[in-house]
Design a protein around this ligand. Structure first.
Ligand SMILES: [Cu+2]
Length: 181
């Protein structure tokens, strides 16, 4: 389960120091290691996406979901599938094509971040639950210091509207698996 290429991939993080120096990581990621849209074949087993139903433009309650502009995306700025990390780990949330607004604020083209930890299915047609596995960043935060138990965990970002309901279409990152030392 630990091919040699995987070790090589992790090495720059060890050298860079995982607890700090995020700017360094970001530059390095931007320069050479991709923006989180696949293309890391051979590094780690792919993490299947979380299961969701198709997004409805309007919920059965009559609630009209906030529309996400075409091409909008959320992504992990400096984490990718297969990474080995130390806990606590600072996770930076990237957002393209939309803006961040605090929960409760209705503003076109915005939403707030949610981090799903070890979630393999969720409802894109309902408010996201709020618990240890579904973290809300309703103040408009774009990063978190995350404490994880040793072992493997999946992480996924989902943007949601002022009422914590995912957009239409949903704006969510790929789901990744990280190994915590
Ligand atoms: Cu929320």
């Amino acid at each position: 389960m630990r091919p040699f290429t995987f070790t090589l991939c992790v090495l720059p993080f060890v050298l860079g120091g995982c607890a700090g120096h995020h700017e360094h990581h970001r530059q390095m990621m931007g320069a050479g290691m991709g923006g989180g849209m696949g293309g890391h074949a051979g590094h780690a087993v792919a993490t299947p996406p979380a299961r969701t139903d198709s997004s409805l433009a309007m919920l059965p309650s009559g609630y009209k979901k906030v529309v996400a502009p075409a091409g909008s995306r959320v992504y992990f700025i400096d984490l990718k599938n297969g990474d080995t990390v130390a806990s606590p780990l600072t996770v930076h949330f990237g957002l393209q094509g939309m803006g961040v607004a605090p929960a409760g604020m209705e503003k076109e083209g915005t939403g707030h971040h949610h981090l799903l930890v070890d979630v393999d299915a969720f409802d894109v047609n309902a408010p996201l639950p709020a618990d240890a596995r579904h973290r809300h960043f309703g103040a408009g935060q774009t990063e978190v210091s995350l404490t994880l138990t040793p072992g493997t965990h999946t992480l996924q970002l989902v943007l949601a509207d002022q009422n914590h309901i995912p957009h239409h279409p949903p704006v969510m990152s790929e789901r990744i698996t990280v190994t915590v030392k």
